[in-house]
Design a protein around this ligand. Structure first.
Ligand code: HEC
Ligand code: HEC
Ligand code: HEC
Ligand code: HEC
Ligand code: HEC
Ligand code: HEC
Ligand code: HEC
Ligand code: HEC
Length: 512
C-alpha cells in the first residue's frame, strides 16, 4: 500500500500495475480514436514500466514446473530435522507460492556437488543459476555486476593476502565471508569446510555461477523487505575496506532511517523512491532502487562514477558486453566503441553492446536524489564530493604513489610486499584512512570525511610516511622527491604568526 499519493498524473500512470495498464492500452487500441500519438505514448510508458520493478516479483518459469510431490516429502522429515528452516520456508513467499525444498535443492546427477539424499538427488548449494531458472532478470543483472567479479579482482590486487596465505582460517572466516571463495567439492558430493559455508558476494559455485543470492536475501525467508534494509548490506560494508555502515549511520539519511523505519513501507510490493516511501533513502535506494522513470537493478556498480577504493581515484566508464558481462574502464583512456570486439575482465573477447560514461552513471545516481532534493542542492552536494576526491588525489594520493614508485625503481624498497614498514604505512594512508574520507564525502558523514578521514590521512602522510621515506632514501633523495611531487622544499605546511591551540605566539607581547 503506497504511503504517499502524489497528484502528478505522469507518476500516477506509472504507479499502475502492469496488468491493469496493459488492459487500458488494449482497450484504447480497440477503440476507433486510437491514434499514432496514443501508440507512441503507449510504447514510451511500456518501456518505462518494464524498467521499473513496480509489481510483485516476476517469475520466469511456469507454475506447472514447481511444487512436485517428491518435494513435499522433504518437509515431513525436515519439520523435525531442522524445524527452523521449515518454519522460515513456510512463512516465506516461496512457501506461499508452493515452491518447495526440492524445487530449489534438486540437482542433476552429473553435477559435481550432486548427492543422493533420501531417494532424491540434491545439492546443498542452491546457486544463483538455480534461482535464475525462475528469476532470470535478477540473475542476469547479478552475474554481470561488480559484486560477482570480486574474487578475480581481489586475487589480482592483493595476491599476498589471498594467494600465499591461501585458504588459511583467517581468510576463510574473514575475507571469504564477504568476498566469497572457490567452493570445493569432495568426492562424496559434500563441500570442503575451508571453502564453505560462506555467502560471499563473489563466491565461485560448483556449477561455475558466481556469488550468492542469500548474501542479501537471507535464507530461507528470501524476503525483499529484509534486503531493502541497510543491514542487508552492512554486514559486509563495514570496516576498513568499505566503512559504509559507520558512514551511513552518522549521515542525515541513516539517522532519518533509524527514526522512521516504520514509515519506510519496506513490505510493499513495489518500492519506488518518492512514491512508496520518502522518509529516508537506504543503501538500496541509491545503489539499486527504483524511482519514477528509473528502473531498479541488481547491479550495484552501475551508478558509480568513481573508483573510490584505489590509491588514487579515477572516474570510470562501464563497458557492457552483448552477453551481459561488464568491465570497468578508466575514463582517462579512450573508450572503446559500440560493436567492437574487446577483451573482458577475464581476458576472453566479447562484443561491446554499450558504454556508460561517468557522466551517464552520475546522472542515473542523481535521478534518485531528485525525488527528495532540488536540482541545485543535488548538483552542489555532488560537486563537493567530487572536490574532496580531487583534493585527496592531488594532495596525498598522487604524491604518495609517485614516491612509492620512485623508491621501487631505485631499488630502495624490495619487491616483497609488506616486509617494510613504509609499505604498511602507505596502505594505511590510502586504504584505511583515504577510503574512509572518500566514502564519508560520497555519503555525507562529516566525521568520517574529516576526523576519521582526511585528518588521519594528513597525519599519516606527514608524521609517518615522509619520515619513513627519509629513513629509506636519505635526506637528499627525499628532498628531491618532495620538490618534484609536492612542489615545495620541505614537507611542513604554511606557518602563521599565532597558533593559540599550540601555545605558539601566546607569550609574546601584542598577543591576547
Ligand atoms: C546486493 C544484495 C542482493 C543480492 C546479491 C541479490 N538481491 Fe535480490 N533483491 C535485493 C533487494 C534490495 C531487492 C528489493 C529491491 C527493491 O524493491 O527496490 C531485491 C529483490 C529481489 C526480487 C523481487 C523482485 C521484484 O520484482 O520485486 C527477486 C525475485 C530477487 N531479488 C531475486 C534475487 C536473485 C535470484 C538473486 C541472485 C541471482 C538476488 N536477488 C541477489 C538485493 C539483492
Ligand atoms: C527421512 C527424513 C528426510 C527426508 C525425507 C529428507 N531429509 Fe534432508 N536431511 C534429513 C536429516 C536428518 C538431515 C540432517 C543431517 C545432518 O544433520 O546433517 C538432512 C539434511 C539435509 C540437507 C543438508 C545436508 C548437509 O550435509 O548439510 C539438505 C540440503 C537436505 N536435507 C535437503 C532435503 C531435501 C531437499 C529433501 C527432499 C528431497 C530432504 N532433505 C528429504 C532428513 C531427511
Ligand atoms: C528458494 C530456494 C530454496 C528453497 C525453497 C529451500 N532452500 Fe534450502 N537453501 C537454499 C539456499 C540458497 C541455501 C544456501 C546454500 C549455500 O549457498 O550455502 C540453502 C541451504 C540449505 C541447507 C544447508 C544450510 C544450512 O543452513 O544448514 C539446508 C539443510 C536446507 N537448505 C534445507 C532446506 C529445506 C528442508 C527446505 C524446505 C523446507 C529448503 N531448504 C528450501 C535455497 C532454498
Ligand atoms: C556478502 C557481502 C556483501 C553484501 C551483503 C553486499 N556487498 Fe556490496 N560489495 C561487497 C564486496 C566484497 C565488494 C567489492 C567488489 C569488488 O570491487 O571487488 C562490494 C562492492 C560494492 C559496491 C561498489 C561497486 C564499485 O563500483 O566498486 C557497491 C556500490 C556495493 N557493493 C553496494 C552494496 C549494496 C547496496 C548492498 C546491499 C543491498 C551490498 N553491496 C551488499 C560485498 C557485499
Ligand atoms: C567485512 C567484510 C570484508 C572483509 C572481512 C574483507 N573485505 Fe575486502 N572488501 C569488502 C567490501 C565491501 C569491499 C568493497 C569496497 C568498495 O568498493 O567500496 C572490499 C574491497 C576489497 C578490495 C578492493 C577491490 C576493489 O576492486 O574495489 C580488495 C582487494 C579486498 N577487499 C581484499 C580483501 C582481502 C584480501 C581480505 C582479507 C584479508 C578482505 N578484503 C576482507 C569487504 C570485506
Ligand atoms: C521454482 C521457481 C523458483 C525458484 C527456483 C526460486 N524462486 Fe524465488 N520466487 C518464486 C515465486 C513463485 C515467488 C513468489 C512470487 C510472488 O508471490 O509474486 C518468488 C519470490 C521471490 C522473492 C520475493 C520475496 C518477497 O518478499 O516477496 C525473492 C527475493 C526470491 N523469490 C528470491 C529467490 C532466490 C534468492 C532463489 C534461489 C535461492 C529463488 N527465489 C528461487 C519462484 C522461485
Ligand atoms: C543518498 C544516497 C546513498 C546512500 C543512502 C548510500 N550511498 Fe553509497 N554511495 C552514494 C554515492 C553518490 C556514492 C559515490 C558514487 C560515485 O562514485 O560517483 C556512493 C559510493 C558507495 C560505495 C563506493 C563505491 C566505489 O566507487 O568504490 C559503496 C561501496 C557504497 N556506496 C555502499 C553503500 C552502502 C553499503 C550503503 C548503506 C549502508 C550506502 N552506500 C548508502 C550514494 C549513497
Ligand atoms: C527518500 C528521500 C531522500 C533521498 C532519495 C535522498 N535524500 Fe538526501 N536527505 C533527505 C532528507 C529528508 C534530508 C534532511 C535531513 C535533515 O534535515 O536532517 C537529507 C539530507 C541530505 C544532505 C545533508 C545536507 C543538510 O542540509 O544537512 C545531503 C548532502 C543530501 N541529503 C544529499 C543527497 C544526495 C546527494 C542524494 C542522492 C544521491 C540524496 N540526498 C538522496 C532525503 C533524501
Amino acid at each position: 500500500m503506497p504511503v504517499i499519493s502524489r497528484p502528478s498524473p505522469g507518476k500516477l500512470q506509472l504507479a499502475r500495475p502492469l496488468g491493469i495498464w496493459i488492459t487500458g492500452v488494449t482497450a484504447s487500441m480497440n477503440s476507433r480514436n486510437f491514434s499514432k500519438l496514443h501508440y507512441l505514448v503507449a510504447v514510451v510508458f511500456c518501456l518505462t514500466l518494464s524498467f521499473g520493478q513496480t509489481q510483485a516479483a516476476k517469475v520466469s518459469l511456469d507454475p506447472s514446473n514447481w511444487g512436485s510431490e517428491a518435494g513435499a516429502s522433504c518437509l515431513d522429515c525436515h519439520r523435525k530435522a531442522s524445524p527452523g528452516i521449515a518454519t522460515q520456508w513456510h512463512d516465506s513467499a516461496h512457501g506461499a507460492a508452493g515452491v518447495n525444498c526440492l524445487d530449489c535443492h534438486r540437482a542433476d546427477p552429473a553435477d559435481d556437488d550432486a548427492m543422493e539424499h533420501e531417494g532424491e538427488v540434491i545439492a546443498i548449494i542452491v546457486s544463483p543459476k538455480d534461482c535464475g531458472h525462475c528469476h532470470s532478470t535478477e540473475f542476469k543483472q547479478q552475474q554481470g555486476s561488480v559484486h560477482t567479479d570480486t574474487l578475480a579482482r581481489m586475487e589480482h590486487l592483493i595476491p599476498t593476502l589471498t594467494g600465499t596465505r591461501g585458504n588459511s582460517p583467517a581468510v576463510s572466516t574473514g575475507c571469504s565471508q564477504c568476498h566469497g571463495s572457490r567452493v570445493e567439492v569432495r568426492g562424496d558430493g559434500t563441500l570442503a569446510p575451508d571453502t564453505w559455508p560462506n555467502s560471499g558476494i563473489g563466491r565461485i559455485n560448483p556449477d561455475g555461477s558466481k556469488g550468492s543470492c542469500s548474501a542479501c536475501h537471507n535464507r530461507h525467508g528470501f524476503s525483499r523487505a529484509a534486503a531493502r534494509e541497510p543491514g542487508g548490506c552492512t554486514g559486509c560494508h563495514s570496516g576498513a575496506d568499505s566503512p559504509d555502515r559507520e558512514v551511513y549511520a552518522a549521515s542525515s539519511h541513516g539517522r532519518l532511517f533509524a527514526s522512521n523505519k516504520d514509515r519506510m513501507n519496506l513490505d510493499s510490493d513495489q518500492w519506488v523512491a518518492g512514491r512508496d516511501y520518502a522518509a529516508a533513502p537506504t543503501c538500496v535506494t541509491c545503489h539499486m532502487g527504483a524511482a519514477p522513470g528509473l528502473k531498479g537493478t541488481h547491479d550495484v556498480g552501475l551508478r558509480e562514477a568513481w573508483a573510490l577504493n584505489t590509491p588514487v581515484s579515477e572516474k570510470q566508464s562501464l563497458i557492457v558486453f552483448k552477453d551481459g558481462d561488464k568491465r570497468e574502464w578508466p575514463a582517462s583512456r579512450n573508450p572503446p566503441r559500440r560493436g567492437a570486439d574487446f577483451p573482458k575482465a577475464d581476458g576472453t573477447i566479447g562484443k561491446i553492446k554499450a558504454v556508460a560514461s561517468p557522466k551517464t552513471r552520475r546522472k542515473i545516481m542523481t535521478r534518485v536524489c531528485l525525488e527528495c532534493h532540488g536540482k541545485g542542492f543535488t548538483t552542489a552536494a555532488m560537486r563537493s564530493f567530487d572536490a574532496l576526491v580531487k583534493q585527496y588525489n592531488t594532495q596525498y594520493g598522487e604524491p604518495a604513489r609517485a614516491i612509492m614508485q620512485a623508491l621501487y625503481e631505485k631499488n630502495l624498497l624490495t619487491p616483497l610486499p609488506f616486509d617494510e614498514k613504509l609499505e604498511t604505512t602507505y596502505w594505511e594512508l590510502w586504504h584505511d584512512h583515504g577510503t574512509r574520507a572518500r566514502h564519508g564525502a560520497a555519503m555525507q558523514s562529516p566525521n568520517d570525511t574529516w576526523w576519521e578521514g582526511i585528518h588521519r590521512v594528513n597525519r599519516t602522510f606527514h608524521d609517518h610516511f615522509l619520515p619513513q621515506v627519509r629513513g629509506v632514501a636519505g635526506d637528499e633523495i627525499t628532498e628531491a622527491l618532495i620538490r618534484e611531487h609536492l612542489g615545495q622544499d620541505t614537507e611542513t605546511g604554511q606557518s602563521s604568526s599565532t597558533e593559540p591551540f599550540l601555545g605558539y605566539g601566546e607569550g609574546k607581547t601584542g598577543h591576547e
